[in-house]
Write a protein of this length. Structure first.
Length: 430
């Protein structure tokens, strides 16, 4: 029989060619062999429950998505300088998911490329350079994306905040300075951001944020915040961008897009991760006016953005979400999962907050009875769960928030298993 290299051998092999700046998850890494729906299989015969990965949105290796890609790959793969109907067909189906004002789409190959393009288009449209960004926000790995990502530029090892970047304070109703999440805190945070904009040396081209700030530790924006802020930005001639890379495509349950949760409509939307269920896809969706401004510049071309294989895959993803009722499942299972986590919070005062919507949840770990972050405990729980073959991760400015955002085929039994194991771990150590 075939000898499977050990974890140490596999790591050494990788380190021969790849930089250590690429991180590996968990104290004891996992060597992956395969995956199906919400399960992953390691090289040593273990099945892992995936409560973490949001890229395989409709499930790892979903057969309909795989088949759509295989079939199109065998037939034609080319670029948007030729005509093929699957491109407008996919664009039509995707744009049907948006409010009518958002009716133009530009396809690229990653969330980073989409953020980068959105900022470039916003600057071009407004003829301005400044961007207002969200504290702890993350939007990608290109130079522009890093420039607008506080999570990266404010890191001690980061490049620092550029002069054309204005940073809004995270409207966090758990740990922030306004906590009444009945609209009062949201309006107060909104008012602060408006004042910052008014006092800033230059008018802003755009404001970009996620609806629930993932790298900030799964922090939903305070209710009423965007409602207060968006009209003020527009009054000052700026554009509003929603990064839906993490929150889009039905994950939050109640809505297909995260921004809908706040009853506002952005001018531009950034898409990525779940769009191709793991196949590299990203997009900028915007208004006709913004697209028309961009058309006055030099040609925009992406070698791979909008290719027929990507379109076939993207179309299959949208069909599976509908056919399998996955947004509804995110709502049903997400509500149940959150209720189990809230019950666990009542039992252990090291759980400071349980937040998020649908299958996009965060568990904020604290030093008992305080709001002081407890990254050691978060790390311990994450690694203990890994020992029990459950995948979750940690994030947030102090890395103290357990992050769970599984494929949308996750079941109530899966949720129960995760929370029972968390309970077993906490029982033993507290
Ligand atoms: N925006 C958000 C909110 C993200 O979470 C990410 C990726 N983590 C990106 C943009 C960048 O996407 P990609 O890694 O596909 O370039």
């Amino acid at each position: 029989s075939r000898k499977v290299p050990s974890l140490e051998e596999s790591l050494a092999y990788r380190n021969q060619y790849l930089s250590s700046i690429l991180s590996v998850s968990y104290s004891k890494p996992i060597k992956m062999e395969g995956a199906a729906f919400q399960y992953m299989y390691d090289a040593y015969g273990n099945t892992l429950l995936d409560a973490y990965n949001n890229i395989p949105h409709v499930g790892h290796s979903h057969p309909k998505v795989v088949e759509a890609g295989q079939r199109q790959m065998a037939k034609l793969n080319t670029n948007t300088r030729y005509l093929y109907d699957i491109l407008p067909a996919y664009a039509e189906k995707l744009l049907a998911k948006f409010p009518p004002s958002l009716n133009r789409v530009f396809f690229v190959n990653s969330g980073s490329a989409a953020s980068d393009l959105a900022i470039r288009m916003a600057k071009w449209h407004t003829k301005r350079e400044a961007i207002m960004v969200m504290e702890h926000g993350y939007h990608g790995n290109t130079q522009i994306s890093i420039d607008i990502s506080d999570y990266k530029f404010s890191n001690p090892k980061g490049q620092g905040q550029k002069e054309n970047i204005l940073k809004a304070c995270l409207p966090d109703t758990f740990r922030g300075h306004f906590t009444e999440n009945n609209g009062i805190a949201g309006r107060a945070y909104g008012e602060e951001a408006i004042q910052q904009m008014q006092m800033y040396s230059q008018p802003i081209a755009a404001f970009i944020t996620e609806p629930i700030v993932g790298c900030g530790g799964q922090v939903p924006l305070a209710n009423g915040y965007l409602e207060a802020l968006y009209p003020a930005i527009r009054k000052l001639g700026g554009l509003c961008i929603s990064d839906e890379v993490q929150t889009g495509f039905g994950r939050i349950g109640d809505h297909f897009w995260g921004f809908q949760q706040y009853g506002i409509v952005p001018d531009m939307v950034v898409l990525g991760k779940p769009m191709g269920n793991g196949h590299p896809m990203g997009a900028v969706v915007c208004t006709k006016e913004i697209a028309e401004s961009f058309e006055k510049g030099v040609e925009f071309f992406s070698s791979f953005g909008g290719n027929p294989v990507s379109c076939a895959i993207g179309l299959a993803v949208l069909e599976v979400i509908e056919e399998e009722g996955l947004q509804e499942n995110a709502k049903k299972v997400g509500d149940y999962y959150k209720s189990l986590l809230e019950a666990l919070q009542k039992k252990y005062d090291c759980i400071g907050d349980v937040r998020g919507s649908g299958l996009f949840l965060g568990v904020d770990l604290v030093k008992s009875g305080t709001k002081e972050e407890d990254p050691q405990l978060a790390k311990l729980i994450k690694n203990e769960l890994r020992e029990r073959n459950i995948l979750i991760s940690t994030d947030g400015p102090k890395d103290s928030v357990l992050k769970t955002k599984p494929p949308l085929v996750f079941t109530k039994d899966n949720a129960l298993q995760v929370v029972e194991e968390m309970d077993n771990i906490l029982k033993r150590i507290i």
